[in-house]
Design a protein around this ligand. Structure first.
Ligand code: 5AD
Ligand code: SF4
Length: 442
């Protein structure tokens, strides 16, 4: 039902990674097919969905305080359907807690339930108690999707993860790795290009091991190469990579490729071999540094970014110093830094010698100070240069202010009175900040 009076309004709030953003686009797709319209005001909504992230405790705590604040809204609007979706909801200990403390929640369901959403919603509407779906299987093919962006689109290529890094909850909430069939991915990308999308980002918890579970012999490098050849595409990106599986074949395909962007996001997590082993990362600091050298040599114009965890159990001062040493040696364009957060059910929780909050804080502050300085210096190197950027958005308050991105994933803001959305243009970099650049378009 797409015409006539809307069924009501939906409000979705998304936490966590890009995969969750994508899942929210699918949920929105289902809701719009049912005749619901989006709203940004939660008081106006008839369906309120929180799509949650469990990767760190802080993100999970945020959800429970958010639910606490929704109690009064539900009291004043009893027909409102409240849904707790995603990775927090998938964890076994959560549904009992919801039933006990937040009985007003209508539906609790994990990411595997994506395709069951319409049926679950119907059930939740009729039931007087909380409906729960934490079953660990479910197809994710042939779902609707309401894309939130007009220029760039996200396409999942695999789902779940087999790595079992000892700190990480993801394999427990998103299940084992499952690759999508290449034909489905290629068809989806072709359709997106036809609709006018200019940039595609391939998504997966570990994109580099794509295809290992498929009968047909295809790996990530093959898939990248095939997609790179599709006419009409401007930028091809992917995330997230695992250094262990990032092989030379991938680097060569990127180098030969026309559209694959020269941005390498390779989380190293820790610079200490002792900690890397405890984390079950499957590589050493020497391997990682060599990989960085190889990338820099084969693709000199590049951007390197990473994720780092400080304060993993057993991390001593010298281990942390080895992390700083990698940061200084590689000189990343940017780093996402995290304080280790114990997650129930993971192996690291039971490890010895947990680091105190005070030391964790001290370490992350020092790390951020060093990295911010490097990020700024790297951006300053671009001052006065001309950069080719894809214009991906304009400011809501000032339509002459645009946001664009280089192939190396640097955000450039600039002004122009022309209609440039979706265009590939050249700007001159006139100001550098640690996270963004200012450009001039003439
Ligand atoms: N504590 C802190 N950071 C974590 N990450 C994953 N799990 C945890 C955890 N338990 C970080 C890793 C990962 C990023 C997405 O989140 O650095 O690469
Ligand atoms: Fe968070 Fe991981 Fe779930 Fe993404 S997959 S939402 S990062 S727990």
């Amino acid at each position: 039902m797409k015409t006539g009076k809307p069924s009501g309004f939906y409000f979705i709030e998304t936490f966590g990674c890009q995969m969750n953003v994508y899942d929210s686009e699918v949920l929105a797709g289902y809701l719009e097919n049912m005749g619901y319209l989006p709203t940004t005001k939660e008081e106006k909504s008839d369906i309120l969905l929180l799509n949650t992230c469990a990767v760190r405790q802080k993100a999970e705590d945020k959800i429970f305080s958010r639910l606490g604040r929704l109690r009064s809204l539900k009291n004043t609007k009893p027909d409102l359907i409240i849904i707790l979706w995603g990775c927090v909801a998938q964890q076994k200990h959560v549904a009992p807690k919801i039933r006990e403390r937040f009985g007003f929640v209508d539906l609790v369901a994990g990411p595997h339930a994506l395709k069951r959403f319409p049926k679950l919603l119907e059930k939740a509407r009729l039931a007087s108690h909380t409906i729960v779906d934490t079953e660990e299987k479910g197809s994710r093919e042939d779902t609707p999707v309401k894309r939130m962006h007009g220029i760039k689109a996200w396409v999942p290529i695999s789902h779940g993860c087999n790595n079992y890094c000892t700190y990480c909850i993801v394999p427990f909430v998103r299940g084992p790795e499952k690759s999508r069939h290449p034909q489905n991915i290629i068809r989806e990308v072709e359709e997106l290009i036809k609709t006018g999308y200019r940039e595609i980002t391939l998504l997966g918890q570990n994109v580099n091991s794509y295809g290992k579970d498929l009968e047909r012999k295809i790996d990530f490098a093959d898939l990248l190469q095939t997609l790179d050849r599709l006419a009409g595409l401007v930028h091809l990106r992917y995330m997230t990579s695992h250094p262990r599986d990032f092989n030379e074949k991938i680097i060569r395909v990127i180098r030969e490729g026309e559209k694959i962007c020269e941005h390498f996001h390779l989380p190293f997590q820790s610079g200490s071999n002792k900690i890397l082993k405890l984390m079950n990362r499957g590589y050493t600091r020497e391997y990682y540094l060599e990989l960085m050298t190889k990338i820099k040599k084969l693709i000199p114009v590049n951007a390197l970014t990473t994720d780092i965890i400080v304060g993993f159990p057993g991390e001593e001062k010298k281990d942390f110093e080895e992390t700083l040493d990698i940061v200084e040696k590689v000189r990343f364009d940017a780093a996402f830094t995290f304080v280790y957060s114990p997650r129930q059910g993971t192996r690291a929780v039971n490890m010895k010698n947990h680091v105190t909050p005070a030391i964790k804080k001290k370490r992350i502050m020092l790390l951020n100070e060093i990295q911010n300085k490097i990020s700024l210096e790297k951006n300053q190197e671009l001052l006065g240069t001309k950069q080719i950027v894809l214009v991906e958005g304009r400011s809501k308050t000032d339509t002459n202010t645009y946001t664009a991105r280089t192939r190396t994933n640097k955000i450039v803001h600039f002004s122009s009175a022309k209609d440039l959305l979706g265009k590939l243009i050249t700007v001159e970099i006139i100001e550098a900040k640690p996270w963004t650049l200012l450009g001039r378009y003439t």
